[in-house]
Design a protein around this ligand. Structure first.
Ligand code: AKB
Length: 318
């Protein structure tokens, strides 16, 4: 039997698809999904599920013992836009959950941790174009501060206690199966849903706001590739820069118009504009590419094709 894997935050946008993929690799019974609420039918029916609040150390310990968990993927987090509304709550969730799993690995109860960081670790003083791995890191959001602090906790536990913790700085992730919640890059998902449902979209970022993005399948591939890489190849133990492509809302709209010429878009920037303006336009992820052979495979137009096809199918099934 393979070592059991626990996914904390399995019902969110990334957690849902990551759990399904992990189950296809390690066997359904070996991947325990968990969240504070139940998730999609596919997730709930394909393997074990436990209700866990990711800040509850006792419950996490109990489930880790129950299933003899050896790897934890910690996806539970409050994202940038919601975190600005509830800074203390965001700090509590994002940092306490990480501290619990780092301690489990320090005590050798578990062997490996995956924890996502984000492009939010960068701030307006970082270089905007092809932002390098190592540069000025002065985040202005509480989410960014929590991710930057978390990166250095991971590095500290790796250096001082030999903890095998691995991390990626995700760009905006686009997918159609599960909605993202509370992020600044979420427009890049909403735009496709609204295009299919309404034929128009009211965008909360300005038309020329360029941000790094990635289609979900690439994000899942990168995550699993990093976790499966030989330890000596994983030379960065804060978090790796990771990139697919970069685009503006206007470019996403133009890509949609190739399929739906009548699609209309309006721009009404809100408080999320300021967050987006503090983030990179594009990311230099050459360390991920050279250290463990990362290569993205899906670009904007291909993603548009996948998104529109799948959303249309699911809308027609309703
Ligand atoms: C967000 O917008 O908050 C996230 C992220 C870039 O980490 N999608």
């Amino acid at each position: 039997m393979a070592d059991a894997v626990l996914v904390l935050g399995a019902c969110g946008q990334i957690g849902t698809e990551l759990t399904i993929r992990l189950r296809s690799i390690y066997g359904n019974a070996n991947v325990i999904a968990s969240d504070i609420k139940e998730g999609s039918k596919e997730l709930m029916e394909s393997g074990p599920f436990e209700i866990i609040d990711a800040t509850d150390a006792q419950k996490i310990h109990e489930i880790v013992r129950k299933y003899q968990v050896k790897k934890v993927y910690l996806l539970a987090a409050m994202l940038s836009a919601t975190a600005e509304k509830y800074p203390k709550k965001a700090w509590h969730l994002n940092m306490t959950s990480l501290s619990i799993v780092l301690d489990l690995a320090k005590e050798k109860v578990i062997d490996q941790i995956y924890w996502p960081s984000s492009i939010a670790v960068f701030g307006s003083t970082s270089p905007k174009v092809r932002t390098p791995q190592s540069t000025i890191l002065e985040p202005s959001t509480v989410y960014g501060i929590s991710k930057l602090s978390g990166e250095y906790w991971c590095n500290y536990f790796h250096i001082n206690y030999g903890v095998d913790v691995r991390s990626l700085r995700y760009p905006g992730i686009v997918s159609w199966k599960t909605q993202p919640g509370g992020g600044t890059t979420d427009y890049a998902v909403d735009i496709y849903l609204q295009a299919v449902k309404e034929g128009k979209y009211d965008c909360f970022l300005s038309e020329d706001t360029r941000l790094p993005m990635m289609y979900m399948d690439d994000a899942i591939d990168a995550t699993i590739q990093l976790m499966e890489a030989a330890a000596e190849k994983v030379k960065i133990r804060t978090s790796y820069n990771l990139s697919g492509f970069d685009c503006t809302p206007k470019e996403v709209a133009a890509s949609i118009k190739k399929h739906m010429p009548g699609f209309q878009i309006n721009y009404n920037p809100d408080f999320r504009q300021q967050i987006a303006d503090s983030w990179p336009n594009s990311i230099d992820d050459s360390f991920a590419r050279t250290h463990w052979n990362w290569n993205h495979s899906i670009d904007l137009d291909e993603m548009t094709n996948i998104m529109l096809t799948n959303i249309k199918e699911s809308v027609f099934q309703l």
